[in-house]
Design a protein around this ligand. Structure first.
Ligand code: MLT
Length: 271
């Protein structure tokens, strides 16, 4: 369905019982909600599972392409208002984690648990900002195909690249179906985002940090440090996966996610 929130139209997919505990999935870059295909299919027996396309990506409205992480967090919080499910479990991968972390920093009471997958709290350093500026130039001059081809080896682990050509093809397809203006806008949002490290120690909810063992963009050591900084944090390292764990090792990712959700579903929601 398409939902009008925060002066934009977001493409939203929801599975599972309307009155079930809600988990909201925020995808990574340069992908869209379809990276959550397996959780959308398989958690729906017990959980209201909601995934959406971040503004400018997938089938959500592109608008003017002038995005900030703050705007992405506004969109997520407005989507929660529209769904009206009470406190949810938020789950964000990489860029989705940046969005979720900022929303957690601003309105922690909206969440009763969080899953931070293949992500980080640090803002970009200068080298990364300049690399993003170069990639925006590539998008303008060469289009989405060369941009996606340059990103794929960083996104996917060595095992996936060697052994799972169908996954490589699916990730590439999601990337190239994006509008270059939306991709450039998301790069601007990421390069200008703030550091959210301070929020980890203040979180009063259970947090699961998930990371692919072969993730080179947000490596396991950083994930372990994030989990240690959260009072009720834990980490799951997924073998044979790089940065896009739910697509590279869907069964292992789902096992970790479901165990966490099941543990939480007995927890009372915060007042
Ligand atoms: C992502 O997977 O969302 C991006 O690689 C994150 C980033 O570029 O920082």
């Amino acid at each position: 369905m398409d939902l009008r929130v925060n002066d934009t139209t977001l493409h939203v997919v929801a599975t599972g019982p309307d009155d079930g505990p809600t988990v909201v999935l925020v995808h990574g870059f340069p992908l869209d909600h379809r990276m959550w295909r397996r959780p959308l299919e398989e958690l729906s027996d017990a959980y209201r599972t909601v995934a959406y396309d971040v503004r400018g990506l997938g089938r959500s409205e592109v608008g003017d392409g002038q995005y900030t992480m703050e705007l992405f967090a506004d969109d997520l919080l407005a989507l929660l208002d529209a769904l009206d499910p009470g406190p949810v479990v938020g789950c964000g991968l990489s860029m989705g984690g940046y969005v979720l972390l900022r929303a957690l920093e601003r309105e922690p009471e909206r969440f009763r648990g969080a899953v931070l997958a293949d992500t980080r709290t640090a803002a970009d350093d200068d080298a990364t900002r300049l690399a993003r500026a170069r990639s925006i130039r590539t998008l303008r001059t060469d289009g989405v195909g060369p941009f996606a081809d340059a990103m794929l080896p960083k996104l996917l682990g060595a095992t996936t690249r060697a052994e799972r050509p169908a996954v490589v093809e699916e990730v590439r397809r999601l990337a190239v179906e994006n509008d270059p203006r939306g991709l450039a806008g998301a790069q601007l949002a990421m390069l200008s985002r703030t550091d959210t490290t301070g929020v980890l120690g203040r979180l009063e909810i259970p947090v699961l940090v998930v990371v692919g063992e072969e993730d080179e963009l947000t490596p396991p050591d950083g994930a372990r440090a994030m989990a240690e900084a959260v009072p009720d944090g834990r980490v799951a390292v997924i073998p044979g996966a790089g940065h896009v764990t739910p697509m590279e090792r869907p069964a292992a990712f789902l096992e970790a996610l479901r165990a966490f959700l099941d543990e939480l579903s007995g927890s009372p929601a915060p007042p």
